[in-house]
Design a protein around this ligand. Sequence first.
Ligand SMILES: CC(=O)[C@@H](O)[C@H](O)COP(=O)(O)O
Ligand SMILES: NCC(=O)COP(=O)(O)O
Length: 250
Amino acid sequence: MPTLLSVNLNAIAMLRNRRDLPWPNVCDLGRIALAAGASGLTVHPRPDQRHIRFSDLPDLRALIDDLFPEAEFNIEGYPTEEFLALCEATQPEQVTLVPDDPSQATSDHGWDLVGQHGFLCDVIGRLKGKGMRVSLFVDGDGRSEPMALAKTTGADRVELYTGPYGGCHSDPASAAAEIEKLGVTADAARAEGLHVNAGHDLTVANLPALIARIPYLSEVSIGHGLTADALEFGMAETVKRFRRACGQVV
Ligand SMILES: CC(=O)[C@@H](O)[C@H](O)COP(=O)(O)O
Ligand SMILES: NCC(=O)COP(=O)(O)O
């Protein structure tokens, strides 16, 4: 089974939020991603709604239900009461719990599975009771032991935080070391019967080596790098469209 791709729309939403205008439209971009074969959409609604807005969620849910019923909706975030209520109203196929503080610029670490164990058991029980699959954002730091604890929370999956790997884009030796750490943690999770997802700062360049080490990787969720590529590889055609709009013969 190949690794599935869930397209994270946060970066698109952040661009949209620069103006009080409805473009780039997150639903339209989500539709294009799913039509191109992405297996799902990911959003990370933060309390200040600086990227995805809570009001985006019903539209994205309807997009999947109406046009792509095989696709999955993955909602990521810190499980405040507000976040849990959003998940219950939206019924994503997967909820990824992330230990982000509201002040964080972006996600930069996994859960403290010892200190937060009881809290996570309660939250996961609540979400699973409502029919949602739950994944836990964890550090891929080469430790095996936390994966046994992750299993006892009731989670179905873990998502390896791949930020440190992504940060090694110009340092192959460090990248290889990070891959091995991710692999050891992934192997331990798999041995516990957990499915393994991964995400943060993944790119076309760094994905193949990661999947070579973790061939059973279930899903990657990618936003920043994918959006950057969409801009770069879509720029030439877009400039032609605008030149035509200027009356130029292109
Ligand atoms: C959970 C995670 O790894 C993050 O990558 C996150 O979902 C991205 O969120 P932002 O794009 O809002 O920083
Ligand atoms: N779960 C990680 C994610 O959804 C996307 O992270 P990034 O590609 O925007 O770094």
